[in-house]
Design a protein around this ligand. Structure first.
Ligand code: FCB
Length: 450
């Protein structure tokens, strides 16, 4: 046995998102969000689940901060619900919405837990969707206005801000495949949404700088590592295209001020039809303080000349292990990703803003939840992170997804990602899983036993 010690100031955290945990969907002046609308539309979410009650975190946030204290978290990443602050997305501010987050932040600060806020984790006010949502360029202005309200309100107590969570998923799941709210299926729209999201990010960062706030701002991307099935040149190129398609579409504008050429060619006319104005790419490139990374799995591909999707065919290795999401467990992908980001895109501080796994957890007869598979998953990924740090990557923190089981978007409550079990049948009772106690031990020792 040996111990891997993490850097002295390493931040150990956990993450959630407003719609996934809060509930109280119509309380205290909150407006409707696109996820309220989507989950209430029959057939959109597994089992007809909605976020109406979720983990009831809105009423139980004090108890949840107690859980965080028990686990010993250094930091907690959560998102703010735009329609709680601005029920119509713009115009009148809902004071009760601000009060809720003020209460949560105070509780965190009292507990010595650093709050990290995501401005947009997918719950757009429905009223803005009626005006075209992210597809309408006007939204950029509304997003910056919303961000400014929060910067002014909490700029002195929130030391790190994340503009967007996974713009790829917002654009392509929300507007391409349509399996997320608002459920639009139009590739052209998805591309415009991606651009408008990036632009809104850049302008929010700019606003943040103008306010001269003495803290940090960044963005969180869902990133993969992609591998070829063989060392053949065509398979290698296909793997690279896959990375450009998911990672590059956001990394290149953010760090290089352009969209990746090979993928631009692939989109062809759809790309040429986009409304991209002269200064946009410069604005998107506005300097950030850190990059947030959500890493869950890798992609394995082979070249297939008949595939209309960039000549790429996905491969599912039989001898691998998979989580309950059917995502391949591939910890080395995290290491490779961190090294690549560092070499090809940025030397800025990096944070793993999400990593974790869903498994079919059950309450044991003794009352505990023995999630050894989640412990194994996290342990292997922490080791990858450690290795990257040893090799000079400026990885500053790690947020486990998620603090508690929650509403997993189109999968509803069927997938459990938490290190805390939520007993939905018994009044949302919370039970710390074995993984939470295991994590507590790592945090206390700032090290991992291997
Ligand atoms: C990410 C989302 C997060 C959660 C995890 C499992 O894509 O950011 O809200 O659903 O996946």
């Amino acid at each position: 046995m040996s111990r891997l010690y993490f850097p002295k100031d390493f931040i150990w955290g956990s993450a959630t998102a407003a719609y996934q945990i809060e509930g109280a969907y119509q309380e205290d002046g909150k407006g409707e969000s696109i996820w309220d609308r989507f989950s209430h539309t029959p057939g959109k979410v597994a089992n007809g689940d909605t976020g109406d009650v979720a983990c009831d975190h809105y009423h139980r946030y004090k108890e949840d901060v107690e859980l965080m204290k028990e686990i010993g978290l250094d930091s907690y990443r959560f998102s703010i619900s735009w329609p709680r602050i601005l029920p119509k997305g713009k115009g009148e501010i809902n004071q009760q919405g601000l009060d809720f987050y003020r209460g949560l932040i105070n509780e965190l600060l009292k507990a010595g837990i650093k709050p990290v806020v995501t401005l947009y984790h997918w719950d757009l006010p429905q009223a803005l969707q009626e005006e075209g949502g992210w597809a309408n360029r006007e939204i950029v202005k509304h997003f910056v206005n919303y961000a400014e309200i929060l910067f002014n309100e909490f700029g002195d107590v929130v030391s790190q801000w994340i503009t967007h969570n996974e713009p790829f998923v917002v654009a392509f799941n929300g507007h391409g495949s349509g399996d997320h709210a608002p459920g639009i299926k139009d590739q052209q729209v998805a591309l415009q949404v991606a651009h408008n999201l990036l632009l809104s990010h850049g302008l929010a960062v700019k606003k943040f700088r103008e306010l001269k706030l003495d803290n940090e701002i960044g963005i969180t991307l869902n990133l993969i590592s992609s591998y070829p099935i063989s060392d053949n040149v065509e398979d290698n190129k296909a793997a690279k295209r896959m990375e450009d398609y998911i990672n590059g579409w956001f990394l290149e504008p953010l760090f290089k001020g352009r969209y990746p050429e090979r993928i631009v060619e692939f989109y062809g006319e759809k790309f040429n039809n986009l409304d991209i104005r002269e200064d946009d790419m410069g604005l998107i490139k506005e300097e950030i303080d850190f990059l947030g990374i959500n890493y869950y799995s890798r992609s394995l591909v082979r070249y297939n000349k008949d595939s209309k999707f960039l000549g790429i065919e996905g491969v599912k290795p039989q001898d691998s292990q998979y989580t309950a999401m059917d995502w391949e467990i591939y910890p080395k992908g995290l290491y490779d990703l961190l090294i690549k980001l560092n070499q090809e895109y940025t030397q800025k501080p990096l944070y793993i803003t999400e990593n974790g796994a869903a498994f079919d957890d059950k309450i044991s007869e003794g009352g505990g939840v023995h999630d050894q598979d989640r412990i194994d998953y996290l342990k292997a990924h922490f080791q990858s992170a450690y290795k990257a740090i040893q090799e000079g990557v400026a990885l500053k923190g790690y947020y486990v997804w998620s603090l508690m089981d929650n509403f997993e978007w189109a999968y509803g409550y069927s997938k459990r990602f938490g290190i805390t079990y939520i007993d939905y049948e018994n009044n949302q009772r919370r039970i710390l899983k074995d993984s939470a106690y295991w994590y507590k031990n790592i945090i206390v020792n700032n090290s991992l036993e291997v």
